[in-house]
Design a protein around this ligand. Structure first.
Ligand SMILES: *[C@@H]1O[C@H](CO)[C@@H](O)[C@H](O)[C@H]1NC(C)=O
Ligand SMILES: *[C@@H]1O[C@H](CO)[C@@H](O)[C@H](O)[C@H]1NC(C)=O
Length: 450
C-alpha cells in the first residue's frame, strides 16, 4: 500500500505528459488567441524559453514582432511586441519584416535581432538589425542594408555557441547567386566578410552544430507552399560542404512545413517549422518535431503529439489516449447546442451551436485519467469562419479560454488544452460560450489516459 502510493506519486510527477502537438491551435496566456510568432526561433535565458517571431494576425504586411515565454514549450504566455508598426520607413505600413532571429552578444551585453526587410513586392531584399538590453524587451531598430552588397531575403543567425570565440554569422538568401553564410562584426551589428557561398539558391536557412559537425538546413523555393526541405554538413563553415539531402520522409514536404530554426533544448534537438496557410496567414501553425542527429545524418519523423522531458533531456511519443465523442449519448447537450452531421468527423457527427445568445453547452461528464496529472487534451473541432472562434472550457469547474483557428472543409482541426485532471473517471469537461460568441463545433476529445 505504502509503496503503491509512492509509486503512484512518482508516476504522477514523472509522467508530466504535457505534449507538443504539431499543427495545432496554441492558445496563449495574455491574449487568449493563437500564438503569433511565425518564422522565428527559440532562445533560452535562465530556464525560460522565448519564442520571437512574426505577428500575422492581420495578413502578410508587418504588424509587429512578438515575443512569448514558456518553461515547457507547451504552455506559452504573450510577453511583448518587441518591434511595433511605425508611421513610415522600414517598419511602416505595407512592409515586409520577416524571419526575426536574435542572439546575445557577450561583448556589448545586448540582444541583437536580424530580420528580412523588404517592400511588399520583395524588391528591396535587405537585412535589418535591431538591439535590446533584454531578450523580450523593446528593440531599437538600427536600419537595413544589403549584406556585402548582395540581395538578402530569408535569413537566420548562428552563433558559434560550441566554438570558443562566440563569432556570429548571418545566413542569407541571395537570389542572384545562392545561399550565403557571412561573418558578423564583433558586436554583431554589421556584416564583415563572406564565409561561404552555396552554389544552390535555397531559402529558410537554419544552422546547427552537433559535435564537430555543422548542419545547414534549408528549403527549396515554392512560395508559401511546403516542399521537401534539405540539409548538408561540414566540419568548417567555409566548407567543403556535403551534397544536400532530404531529412524528413521524402514526399511529405517536410510534414507540410518549412524550416524556421533548429535548436537544442537540453540536448533534445528540435526542428521548428512553419506550416504556412497562405490564404489566411494568421492560421499558420507550428510544426515542432524531435530531430535525430547521428554523426553526419539528420532524420525527422512525424509525431501526432510528443512529450518533451526537458529536465531529463529526452523525448517520447505521445501517451495512450481515450477519444470520447461529442455526440455520445452520455454527454449533456443543452441550450440550443445540437448534434449535426459532419462528413470529416469521427462518427460523421459533431456537436454545433455551442455558445451564442442561447448559451449552448456540451458537457462530457466522465472523462478518465489513471493518474492525477497535468496533461494536454487535443480537441478536434470544426470552425467554418475565417476568424478564430473561442470557447470557455470548464475542467472540473475551472475555466479556460480556448481559441480555435478556422478549419478547411469538413476536416477537423486540433486545439490544445493543458489542464490538471483528477485520477479516475469523474473528470467533467464542459464547453460553453466565451463572451457570448459562438464556439466551434466539437468532434471529439483525445485525452491521455496517464
Ligand atoms: C490590417 O491591415 C490592413 C492592410 O494592411 C490595414 O489597412 C488595417 O488597418 C489593418 N488592421 C489592423 C487592425 O491592424
Ligand atoms: C576553415 O576554413 C578556412 C578557409 O579555408 C580556414 O581559414 C580556417 O582555418 C578553417 N578553420 C578551421 C577551424 O579549420
Amino acid at each position: 500500500m505504502f509503496f503503491g502510493l509512492v509509486a503512484l506519486l512518482l508516476v504522477g510527477l514523472g509522467s508530466a505528459s504535457v505534449q507538443i502537438v504539431p499543427g495545432a491551435t496554441i492558445t496563449t496566456a495574455g491574449t487568449n488567441q493563437h500564438m503569433q510568432a511565425h518564422g522565428g526561433g527559440i532562445v533560452e535565458v535562465s530556464g525560460t524559453y522565448y519564442l520571437i517571431g512574426e505577428n500575422k494576425l492581420n495578413g502578410s504586411a508587418f504588424q509587429s514582432i512578438n515575443c512569448y515565454s514558456s518553461t515547457d514549450l507547451v504552455s506559452w504566455t504573450f510577453v511583448n511586441k518587441v518591434l511595433t508598426l511605425q508611421a513610415s520607413g522600414d517598419l511602416g505600413p505595407n512592409r515586409v519584416v520577416e524571419r526575426p532571429h536574435v542572439m546575445f552578444n557577450e561583448k556589448t551585453g545586448k540582444w541583437v535581432m536580424w530580420m528580412h526587410i523588404d517592400s511588399s513586392s520583395y524588391g528591396e531584399a535587405r537585412a535589418g538589425v535591431a538591439t535590446s538590453s533584454s531578450v523580450c524587451g523593446s528593440y531599437t531598430y538600427l536600419g537595413a542594408s544589403k549584406p556585402l552588397g548582395f540581395q538578402s531575403r530569408d535569413m537566420n543567425v548562428f552563433k558559434g555557441e560550441l566554438d570558443t570565440d562566440g563569432t556570429g554569422y548571418l545566413l542569407t538568401e541571395d537570389r542572384a547567386n545562392g545561399l550565403r553564410i557571412d561573418k558578423l562584426s564583433d558586436d554583431y551589428l554589421s556584416v564583415e566578410s563572406a564565409t561561404h557561398l552555396y552554389a544552390q539558391d535555397y531559402e529558410a536557412p537554419a544552422l546547427y552544430k552537433s559535435g564537430d559537425t555543422y548542419f545547414m538546413f534549408a528549403s527549396h523555393e515554392s512560395g508559401w507552399d511546403p516542399n521537401d526541405n534539405i540539409y548538408c554538413t561540414a566540419t568548417n563553415l567555409s566548407g567543403p560542404w556535403s551534397a544536400w539531402a532530404t531529412f524528413a520522409t521524402s514526399g511529405s514536404k517536410t510534414f507540410s512545413s518549412q524550416t524556421s530554426a533548429v535548436v537544442s533544448i537540453n540536448g533534445v534537438v528540435i526542428y521548428m517549422g512553419d506550416r504556412w496557410e497562405s490564404k489566411n496567414l494568421m492560421t499558420s501553425t507550428y510544426v515542432w518535431l524531435p530531430l535525430t542527429i547521428s554523426g553526419t545524418t539528420a532524420k525527422l519523423t512525424n509525431e501526432v503529439n510528443w512529450v518533451l522531458d526537458i529536465a531529463g533531456g529526452k523525448w517520447s511519443a505521445g501517451p495512450d489516449e481515450t477519444a470520447p465523442e461529442a455526440e455520445a449519448s452520455t454527454n449533456t447537450i443543452s441550450g440550443g447546442a445540437k448534434e449535426q452531421s459532419c462528413s470529416g468527423c469521427s462518427g460523421t457527427s459533431d456537436v454545433g451551436y455551442i455558445g451564442g445568445s442561447a448559451g449552448g453547452t456540451l458537457t462530457f461528464p466522465s472523462i478518465s485519467s489513471t493518474v492525477a496529472t497535468t496533461t494536454t487534451i487535443r480537441i478536434k473541432y470544426i470552425n467554418g469562419d475565417s476568424t478564430q472562434r473561442y470557447a470557455n472550457v470548464l475542467v472540473n469547474g475551472v475555466a479556460y479560454v480556448v481559441a480555435f483557428l478556422p478549419t478547411t472543409g469538413s476536416t477537423p482541426g486540433t486545439s490544445t488544452l493543458t489542464v490538471p485532471l483528477k485520477s479516475g473517471s469523474g473528470n467533467v469537461i464542459e464547453f460553453e460560450a466565451y463572451n457570448g460568441g459562438w464556439g466551434p463545433d466539437i468532434d471529439r476529445l483525445m485525452v491521455p489516459v496517464s
